[in-house]
Design a protein around this ligand. Structure first.
Ligand code: NAD
Length: 285
């Protein structure tokens, strides 16, 4: 019960890492507000944990949504202890620097960067008077190793770390902590959906195979729960002096390897399109 009595908002809590965190936080005694754009799935997750979880529709890229979601939390519980800004989108991961458009970039920045900022601003608005609180963000391994073709995502997650560090510095005088968790790849709907648009035939199995080949750590199958456990630690009193930290969760990948996709072979999915992420051309096109 490491979060007993705590009031937490988890954005993107309807699926993947966010859902795992919702379940783990509730198990540890928190009351959780799930803020997501997926109304049906989000409400189902909340219903499975009732009365300890509630769903609210919130598009984190829209300030009125984020502001109302924080106001709703205050009306319901009277305070906000934890803001876990986790919602995110991937954008185009296999599109070269030259082929990307401002439209691609804007969409990813709107959710990942504006969302992180808005969650910070509105959480701080209600945490500062209490002189207490914790803000956590899901960034990415791409904050330490760039993806050659994932410019918009890599840039957005660097910005998330920047927002976190700035918030940690600005909010320390009020006893409010800010940190990031930065995982490697997980075959969540975020990845399967986005890569499925770019690589014909890409499915959950392809995502699992891709990550198993790329991020192997002997004896461990990396799961959203592994990220949720790190989030639980950072949001608990055990981490009361940890602020301004980007916790990379990658089984030592970034200690020794580069984010080349030499390991990622999609020939069997799209033989006509050999995706070579180390260069700007796609062989066979
Ligand atoms: N899966 C990975 O490989 C991976 C790796 C590193 C970081 N991350 C990050 O983890 C976070 C969670 O992703 P996931 O892998 O669990 O994916 P996911 O698709 O399972 O979950 C993402 C959730 O965010 C929600 N969401 C998307 N846009 C939103 C918006 N505008 N407002 C509110 N909610 C919105 C989605 O509806 C979904 O429920 C993201 O920030 C992602 O960038 C994922």
């Amino acid at each position: 019960m490491r979060l007993e009595g705590k009031i937490a908002v988890i954005t993107g809590g309807a699926s993947g890492i966010g859902e795992a965190a919702v379940r783990l936080f509730v198990q540890n005694g928190a009351m959780v507000i799930i803020a997501d754009v997926q109304d049906v799935v989000g409400a189902q997750v909340a219903a499975s944990l009732t009365p300890n979880a509630t769903f609210i529709h919130c598009d984190v890229s829209k300030e009125p949504d984020v502001s109302s979601m924080v106001d709703y939390t205050m009306e319901k519980y009277g305070r906000l202890d934890i803001m876990f800004s986790n919602a995110g989108v991937l954008g185009k991961l296999f599109t070269s620097l030259m082929d990307m458009t401002l439209e691609n970039l804007d969409r990813v920045l709107a959710v990942n960067v504006h969302g992180s900022y808005l969650c910070t601003k509105h959480a701080a608005r209600v945490m500062i008077p209490n002189r207490h609180g914790c803000i956590l963000y899901t960034a990415s391994l791409s904050t330490v190793i760039a993806m050659p073709r994932g410019l918009s995502y890599t840039a957005s997650k660097h910005a998330t770390v920047g927002i976190m560090k700035s918030a940690a510095a600005a909010l320390a005088p009020y006893g409010i902590r800010a940190n990031c968790v930065s995982p490697t790849g997980l075959p969540t709907p975020l990845v399967v959906g986005a890569l499925g648009l770019e690589i014909p035939g890409f499915d959950k199995k392809a995502a699992e195979d891709m990550y198993e080949a790329a991020f192997e750590f002997k004896g461990v199958k990396f799961e959203p729960e592994d990220v949720a456990k790190a989030a639980l630690f950072l949001c608990s009193e055990d981490a009361r002096y940890i602020s301004g930290h980007n916790l990379v969760i990658d089984g030592a990948f970034s200690a020794s390897k580069e984010f080349s996709t030499a390991n990622f072979n999609f020939q069997h999915l799209a033989p006509q399109k050999n995706v070579d992420m180390t260069g700007s051309t796609v062989k066979g096109e």
